[in-house]
Design a protein around this ligand. Structure first.
Ligand code: GPW
Length: 833
């Protein structure tokens, strides 16, 4: 018969059940309890870090109760779920966001106050969880917040890197130095180890084909994947989804035989190599690296996640053909693409599903989002490496390819070029597997992350596949950002002003961001404009205070704040910005002190990390810092122009910068930035946008009106022609763009330190100029002139700022996640009671 649940006396269980701490006194009780027990400390020796940890543990308890309810509801109601596989999750801090989403921030503030601490100080004690490089990882974090807030059954899967993105230090000469980020060296209150959830993951070995397309894969090395869960609280709901992170562990500690024989090194070698898999996040953004350890990470993560998903599915006791009715698996960029051959392996080799049926299941379960068209970011793995590390998967990829190529041949008989173009295998030495193509043919649908980007996909990378599968397989979901973190949490002043003005509860507009439109009727109201300006000023002062304490400099907060913060990358063109600053500096120097007084003072902030191996990007940092040194010290100009590079950019630093900008710059060469998401954050906080006609900038312009955006530069269709001309009919830079030529020459001449240093960077512009600085420089300068003019009329400026914020509703990640849920995954909200 069936076992009785719960075991023992039900009333004893019921008595033990705990409910959430919602009033101040139960919150303080819980904090004190954690100080005493979890931390084993006392009131008289408690510092801010200890107080933070105890408080975070109490918040975690509250989240856990909701997490438990949510998972129970999923188990009972068996909804179709979506699984979001992303190799990066750039979560930032959790505590502040958690108490806001739980609706307990005021209670926590009061409780902490009663205990003699200050909430803001404790919030500042938390280290960022920086398991990501930039936009890709932060998007994943925003989507989890939205999936819980919109009550959608979504789980994230990723790796529990022991070291997150490196810490950036700047040497005295302006070089970037990298230090590890040992973020787990203190207690992490927000993770739950699940030692009972473990899977064995195989690498290397041999694969022997048997019958019916099956094979037996054996030998090699086996590594354990151990689950750690991170709770994702929804805003104003009990729904609390899960982010499951895998840690690698040796399967059998160490080799006791070698140990006893005195060979200690050999004994720990295997153990070290297993632990190495999840030791560190690769610090590359928008480029591939091609290293075996990275491929190991990708397989380890996808295999563990699939094992988990399949185990859960099997507990439902349904035939495998029903898998697509219970699970949608989202592949974020190509990093998890090995999930496709892995699911084929599980179905065909282990579950004995016939190949064609298995392929039908696979292609109805996976969905693929591409996040870039940059050729250097399109993953290809060498066949010999795959053969060595994952022999069975290579066989499966070859089998998939054979069948696919045959079907292309059938549809386009005799078109040999087409077959070569579309094959999963790129010929060459060595041969390589094109991961994007595998993701396309193995998925139900494919999408890009902004309208322009999705259109570029359809007409370039996916062109042949559109012709083969039909256009309806290729869609678009424009990215979004969570207004909880990127407005309510980072800009409490603006959030309060919006709530007071709209006269609806905060929870209403935060979950239906189009409601911001209600601000439009006040855009011209001088009283409202005044309040709006005060909020911005307060945020600028908060940022200035941070800069003062980190860099030891005083900042003129009356000046316009101009911000460009993102990864250092040639396509993002921080160079255009710094060259423009030098041009502005020369102009300021050339005019009289009286004329200078009429100019618009500006403080420019840069921040961002360069991949440790990206030489040109590191030179750009060095240039920015040395230009800043010269300009900031020049008595003629320092009142009118200041430049700062804030080291070690992070989510938490972004939360200070985003609310404080008057303008922000998103100035990639047209057609290179797939979407961008910080552009959305700045605009949502009333900062105006200076940008190229690229990525989501275009849709921001459509929403808020082009008259409220400072667009400049060539359009995407021109870019290819211009590059062609640069290659075959180059025109000297002096002729093409004298203003820029002058800037480069002055750098060479040593105006900003040893000119020789920058020569390799300057030459990328002088020769070939792949990112078209010489084509866009003049219109960039002109756009900034318009910015200056517009800023003179503060009332008009404030109207633009208010209008910008009011019309940003489309860019909530709630809209984006609901789009995925409805148009792609076919999942529905499930309210946890
Ligand atoms: F190359 N993005 C990123 F497509 O941050 F994988 N890292 C990456 O490695 C890649 C893309 C990848 C970014 C895009 O550059 C940005 O335009 C986009 O807004 C973001 O992904 C989220 O879609």
């Amino acid at each position: 018969g069936k076992e009785k649940w719960p075991r023992g006396d039900e009333s004893v269980w019921k008595e033990g059940l705990r409910s959430a701490d919602e009033d101040v006194s139960s919150i303080t009780k819980s904090i004190v309890h954690h100080v005493q027990t979890s931390l084993s400390r006392q009131a008289y020796n408690l510092d801010d870090l200890g107080a933070y940890q105890a408080t975070a543990l109490s918040a975690k308890d509250n989240m856990l109760l909701n997490w438990n309810e949510t998972q129970l509801a999923y188990t009972r109601k068996q909804p179709k779920r979506a699984y979001y596989l992303c190799i990066e999750y750039l979560m930032g801090r959790t505590f502040d966001n958690a108490i806001l989403n739980l609706g307990l921030k005021d209670q926590y503030r009061e409780g902490i106050d009663q205990l003699g601490f200050n909430l803001e100080d404790l919030i500042d004690k938390e280290r960022d969880a920086a398991l990501g490089n930039g936009g890709l990882g932060r998007l994943a974090a925003c989507y989890l917040d939205s999936s819980s807030s919109q009550e959608l059954p979504v789980w994230g899967y990723s790796l529990r890197y022991k070291y997150g993105i490196f810490q950036q230090l700047i040497a005295p000469d302006g070089s970037q130095l990298e230090a590890p980020d040992p973020w787990l060296e203190h207690l992490n209150p927000f993770e739950i180890p699940r030692y009972d959830v473990q899977y064995e993951i195989r690498f290397y070995g041999q694969s022997e084909r048997t019958t019916k397309g099956r094979a037996v894969w054996s030998g090699g090395q086996e590594v354990l994947a151990v689950a750690y869960d991170v709770m994702i609280p929804g805003y104003g709901t009990k729904n609390t989804n899960n982010l499951r992170l895998w840690e690698s562990k040796p399967k059998r500690g160490f080799d006791l035989q070698s140990f006893n024989a005195g060979d200690y090194e050999r004994a720990v070698e295997a153990s070290n190599s297993a632990e190495a898999i999840t030791s560190v996040l690769y610090p590359n953004d928008n480029t591939t690296f091609g290293k075996e350890l990275r491929l190991k990470q990708q397989y380890f993560w996808t295999a563990a996640s699939l094992a988990d998903i399949i185990r859960r599915f099997k507990s439902l006791d349904k035939p495998f053909s029903a898998l697509p009715d219970y699970a949608a698996i989202q592949l974020n960029d190509t990093h998890p693409t090995l999930a496709i051959p892995e699911l084929m392996r599980i179905l065909v080799d282990e579950e004995e599903v016939p190949w064609d049926d298995a392929w039908e299941i696979v292609t109805n379960t996976f969905f693929f989002t591409n996040h870039t068209v940059l050729p250097e970011a399109l993953e290809k793995w060498a066949v010999p490496l795959l053969e060595h590390l994952l022999p069975r998967h290579l066989q499966i990829i070859y089998d998939i390819n054979l069948i696919f190529v045959q079907s292309v041949e059938k549809k386009f008989p005799g078109d040999r070029d087409r077959l070569a173009r579309m094959s999963l295998i790129e010929e060459g030495y060595p041969k390589q597997v094109r991961m994007a193509y595998l993701a396309i043919i193995g998925s139900r649908k494919v999408n890009g992350v902004a309208e322009l980007h999705s259109e570029l996909l359809r007409t370039t990378i996916c062109k042949d596949f559109v012709e083969f599968f039909g256009i309806s397989k290729f869609g678009n979901v424009t990215n979004g950002v969570t207004p909880r973190r990127w407005l309510d949490q980072c800009n409490p002043g603006l959030s309060a002003l919006i709530t007071e003005t709209l006269k609806i509860p905060k929870s209403e507009w935060l979950k239906d961001l189009k409601k911001l439109q209600g601000l439009l009727e006040y855009a011209d109201d001088p009283k409202f404009q005044k309040k709006w300006a005060v909020v911005k000023q307060t945020n600028k002062e908060r940022l200035a205070h941070y800069v003062e304490t980190t860099l030891g400099v005083k900042i003129n907060t009356k000046a316009m704040f101009d911000v460009q913060v993102k990864r250092l990358h040639e396509y993002k063109r921080q160079t255009l910005n710094i060259f423009g600053i030098i041009h502005r500096y020369f102009t300021l120097k050339s005019i009289t002190p009286e004329e200078r007084k009429k100019t618009n003072p500006r403080v420019v902030f840069f921040a961002g990390k360069a991949a440790p191996g990206y030489y040109i990007a590191k030179l750009v940092i060095k240039l920015i810092i040395n230009v800043a040194r010269v300009i900031n010290a020049d008595p003629d100009t320092k009142e009118y122009l200041q430049v700062y590079f804030l080291p070690d950019y992070s989510v938490s630093v972004a939360e200070l910068l985003v609310p404080a900008s008057n303008i922000s710059q998103h100035i990639s060469t047209a057609g290179t930035e797939a979407s961008g998401t910080s552009n959305m954050k700045f605009c949502l906080n009333g900062g105006l946008l200076v940008g190229t006609v690229d990525g989501a900038n275009i849709e921001i312009g459509e929403e808020i009106g082009d008259e409220n955006v400072f667009f400049f530069g060539h359009l995407t269709p021109a870019v290819e022609d211009l590059r062609y001309q640069h290659t075959y009919h180059p025109v000297p830079i002096e002729q093409k763009c004298p203003a820029l030529a002058h800037v480069l020459n002055e750098i060479s001449a040593g105006k900003f330190g040893e000119g020789q240093t920058y020569e390799p960077l300057l030459n990328t512009v002088r020769h070939h100029d792949h990112y078209l600085l010489t084509e866009d420089f003049q219109s960039y300068i002109d756009a900034l002139k318009l910015v200056d003019e517009a800023y003179l009329d503060q009332s008009k400026w404030l109207k633009k700022s208010i209008t910008t914020c009011a019309k940003m509703g489309k860019f909530s990640s709630d809209r984006a996640i609901l789009d995925y849920a409805e148009e792609y995954w076919s999942i529905e909200p499930l309210t946890v009671e």
